[in-house]
Design a protein. Sequence first.
Length: 75
Amino acid sequence: MTSPNPRSTASIAGHPLHVMLVPIPIVCFIATLITDIAYWQTAKMLWSDLSAWLLAAGVIVSILAAVDRLQQQHH
């Protein structure tokens, strides 16, 4: 009998990989908002650079999580 919840093909210690990846972009996007506000208040380029890195990391990890989730749906 097949399980209604399919097992993940990519997992670490039995936990699906995409479940572990999803919180990372959320935190990165919230931190991007905070660093953008800090840049708006101080005009220091440090905050602008940090925002760009956080945004890039959030986008990359969210793409990886989406690819992993799509791969699970096809198995």
